[in-house]
Design a protein around this ligand. Sequence first.
Ligand code: BGC
Length: 739
Amino acid sequence: MSQHLPREAALYHSPSPSPADTWRITESAFAPTRQHTGESLFTLSNGHLGTRGAFEEGYPGDWPATFIHGIYDDALIGCTELANAPNWLPFDLLVEGERFRLDHGEVLSYRRELDMFHGLLTRTVRWRSPAGRTVDIAIERFASLADPHLCAIRYEVTPLDFDGAIEWRAGLNGHVGNRDTLHWDILGHGERHGIVWLHSRTRGTGIELGQAARLTVAPAGESERFCLDCNGYPQAVGRVRARRGQPISAEKIVSVFSLRESPEARITAIEKLQGLGVGYDNLRAAHAGEWEKYWRVSDVVIEGDDEAQQAVRFGLFHLLAAAPRHDEWVSIGPKALSGFAYRGHVFWDTEIFMLPFFTLTQPELARNLLMYRYHTLPGARRKAAANGFEGAQYAWESADTGDEVTPAWVPRRNQREPVRIWTGDLELHISSDVAYAVWQYWQATGDEVLLANYGAEIILDTAVFWGSRAEWNADKGRYEIKDVVGPDEYHDRVNNNAFTNHLVRWHLETAQAVWRWLEQNHPARADALAAKLKLQTQTFALWADVATRLCAPVDPVTSLIEQFDGYFERRDVNLAEHLPRAASMQVLLGIEGVNQTQILKQPDALMLFFMLRDRYDARTLRANWDYYAPRTDHAYGSSLGPAVHSLLACEIGEPEAAYEHFRRAAQADLDDVRGNTADGIHAASIGGLWQAVVFGFGGLRLAREGWTATPRPPAHWQRLAFRFYYRGKLEEVDWRRDG
Ligand code: BGC
């Protein structure tokens, strides 16, 4: 059943890294054609902003980008997107007037390295200029986790065979776009007491951004300093005479504030640097210390498989980095803050794939993410009302307000007509996915404040939506949910998607339980919610009736759950006959073509066993696994699939399949398996990977009475250890092969 066809040999890690390498990702050559993949992988984020790993000196065709949580703009395009912020990276080096570039002169050695333990990106280069001067260069940067408004770069140069002038130019470049879309008006730029600043504003949403940069050159006494005043691109310049063999360095410290954090973003950014009593080293130490704190709880230790260890840490590094720390009004998109794809919108990827990692290892971050859904309830209510329903219907793609932002049409590759995208209209399960995440968080944390004050409202108002959305079919004596898209987006506009319907049944049952809990434990809140959401006796009676009589069958003979009405009548295709291939089955058969078959883009009915394992017996899981797994486009369908299959394979005792799917998820970005890492890393795959390791190989089960773990790791793993909070207490599983 191997559909895994690695495109290229491992690009960004040695195939067998040593144990020390498992905290690092390295790049050993500058490859102009692979810049974009490296930019995604080497993104540095700090819960406030994320900056792609583009180079300080800039290259033709590069995609430098900084995405700041919550800074969306809708100028000139139909739907809003995270606006690529003015670039804080530019840091040019001139060696006796010759500009350092990797595509000029001679690169004698090169290494780029991401230190995931401390959140540092470094580059060491030995470069010979076209005129024959040789320098050693060491550049290090970070986006501070200790102070989310600060980023910093240290640039060290050692002349190896000459004495001469070294000049640095540290700038803030306002001339940026999201590819072709320009989101910023430049309001001003300038210099104050040696600090250059840039003031800009998004063109549609009017969010002001203030950025400031301070350049320090050591040894300070010998340097000459001035500023270059280029419109929208101020630069601080430092010039110094360097001597052969003696390292000299420059530091660029950058502050970033938006109107979302300060009414005077420009002034605040400048004053932040003026009042900064410390330099690069102190900021770096505070930043690295913060990373250590997160790793202490969130790290997963795998011994006996360094490649897996490295990949898991790589993924968790990106998830931890992207999670908003001080902001409940934003969430994490499928590419986190590392790429342009999906425009920074928020999908079910967050609640179903990423959130369990946060709920169990950093519950306060999980809380922020759930609060985003609470704050966007008004948008969900607008969506329900616009569609003629009651309650709250979450957006399939959500941004700043919670209103639906899925593009209705997207251009089709090599085709004239665009494609109609139905997910924004019809991929309804998102509303229950959010409710599910609230419930899971409550079960794991016991955070009564969140459930009573915010979570219950989410669960109840989305239940109100389902009460009005389910249709009674008098002929069949059952409720139905027609015209939807399930998780498997190869099939749209189907009736009675099993995943949706089974989940809705769970949702309506859970809503009743939440209501009872609220009435008993927080009667005043229950009264307030009853009034606000118009909850009446008939509402609860309807939920009970829909939950009981909703079409959600499991075949009593075969135990199969049909994905949607008529799925089994679609053409059955043997995927093995389509090997080898290097594209998704949708690309090969066409959108309409694949829709006529039983081929799945990603697990659909199987998601029920991933999310609601306790509601189905082992026989039902096995029957559905046997049916659906071979019909799924594992290699080129959705990146959300492999981790789910890995976990389920653990459940049914298929260790080889579990490991094969695990690897596919683990290497998704490091091997650029789908060829689209350039557009950003796959954050849901990473969240799923953590679940595959912890719930799958680690066998962790959370139940009302407590937790249990029955580890079943791959045969060659020697140790698997992880920590998690359960009801406020830090717990640990530390499994070793020999006891
Ligand atoms: C998948 C969805 C997912 C989205 C964003 C789509 O290709 O089918 O399940 O939410 O990508 O990652």
